[in-house]
Design a protein around this ligand. Structure first.
Ligand code: NAD
Ligand code: UDP
Length: 334
């Protein structure tokens, strides 16, 4: 049985990945400082799988804690989700973002290398495609960033590429996620951000539950079929499964590979809203607001590389994603 360390394993995507890993028979240790999650996530994982992952509660920025952990544990591979992820916040407190995401990753990689663990799957993002590429995005397109959060993803990809180039024992997969939404069908784990959500689907969920009055749609004059922004929404369970395929790939392929995880289909803001209305059985109020600075019109993946290298493709449709999000939302207020 392989021992997989999941940094950020108590978070939204990490918790879903822990479920898939445990169900596939892996031994899992969650490494998390709970700065954006709660220990209860581990109980929920245990409820779903019947197994509670081990916990190493520590901050990746604490170098001696990270190094002691890897010295004391035999680890086969790491899936590295831990990081701060709010774009707007990253513009307000860039140094916190650079420190947490970059320093944390450097400590992790050094501790791994020192202890002979050289397989890592990293949470990158479609944000690295920046403002100037045209969808569908392919992995060989030039990358860039428009905010500190995006720069941390871009810089970590560079660090990983250089690490793999310097030492051929490393097997590194950077997964570029498109827009993960939905929740586990059990309704036990999902995305429940503190305060007012920034992302579309968590915001729509709050409108559906009645805690926010209406959605503001950021622009209806884009060059898209209905004028609203188009994104590639992917079910978080599909996304989680992609990580297991990436681990499998890394067993036999050394070096660095960046791979998109998306469905290959774009959905507009209005299409998401209407799918959510269908899922929750209510009509959801909205207003058209000005475009959001930094938003692009259209983002969706070319998912071909994941299909050919990882033998993975997304399965859930938008309505299923919205139904699972709504099911999770309802269970937050029993
Ligand atoms: P999340 O905030 O729910 O999970 C991140 C987890 O990492 C949290 O449990 C947090 O407590 C932990 N963490 C953060 N900094 C840490 C540190 N220094 N030490 C230990 N633990 C730390 O976020 P998520 O949505 O699950 O995203 C996971 C990863 O995927 C992130 O790296 C994010 O940037 C990336 N990603 C997310 C999205 C998305 O839309 N959710 C899209 C693309 C990429
Ligand atoms: N969006 C919106 N209102 C909101 C939040 C988001 O109209 O309250 C739009 C946004 O402009 C984009 C889409 O919904 O076109 C997805 O936004 P999200 O922030 O979830 O993802 P990202 O833009 O980072 O891909």
């Amino acid at each position: 049985m392989s021992h997989i360390v999941v940094t950020g394993g108590a978070g939204f995507i990490g918790s879903h990945c822990c479920v898939e890993l445990l169900q596939a028979g892996a031994q899992v240790t969650v490494l998390d400082n709970f700065c954006n999650s709660k220990p209860e996530a581990l109980h929920h994982i245990a409820k779903i799988t019947g197994i509670c992952p081990a916990l190493a509660q520590l901050d990746l920025c604490d170098e001696s804690a990270v190094s002691s952990f890897f010295a004391a544990n035999s680890v086969d591979a790491v899936i590295h989700f831990a990081g701060l992820k709010a774009v707007g916040e990253s513009c307000r407190i860039p140094l916190t973002y650079y420190h947490n995401n970059l320093t944390g990753t450097l400590h992790l990689l050094r501790a791994m290398a020192e202890n002979g663990c050289k397989t890592i799957v990293f949470s990158s993002s479609a944000t690295v495609y920046g403002m100037h590429n045209t969808a569908p995005f392919t992995e060989d397109m030039p990358t860039s960033a428009t905010n500190p959060y995006g720069w941390t993803k871009q810089m970590i990809e560079q660090i990983l590429m250089d690490t793999a180039a310097a030492d051929p024992d490393w097997a590194i997969v950077a997964l570029r996620y498109f827009n993960p939404i939905g929740a586990h069908p059990s309704g036990l784990i999902g995305e429940n951000p503190n305060g007012i959500p920034n992302n579309l689907v968590p915001y729509v969920a709050r409108v559906a539950e009645g805690t926010l009055e209406r959605l503001s749609i950021y622009g209806d004059d884009y060059d898209t079929p209905d004028g609203t922004g188009v994104r590639d929404y992917i079910h978080v369970v599909d996304l989680a499964k992609g990580h297991l395929c990436a681990l499998e790939y890394a067993k036999t392929h050394h070096g660095f590979e960046a791979i998109n995880l998306g469905t290959g289909n774009g959905a507009s803001v209005l299409e998401v809203l209407h799918a959510y209305e269908q899922a929750c059985g209510k009509s959801l109020p909205y207003v058209i607001a000005p475009r959001h600075a930094g938003d692009i019109a259209t983002s969706f993946a070319d998912p071909q590389k994941a299909k050919s290298l990882l033998h993975w493709q997304a399965e859930s449709d938008l309505l299923t994603m919205c139904k699972d999000s709504w099911n999770f939302t309802l269970q937050q207020h029993p």
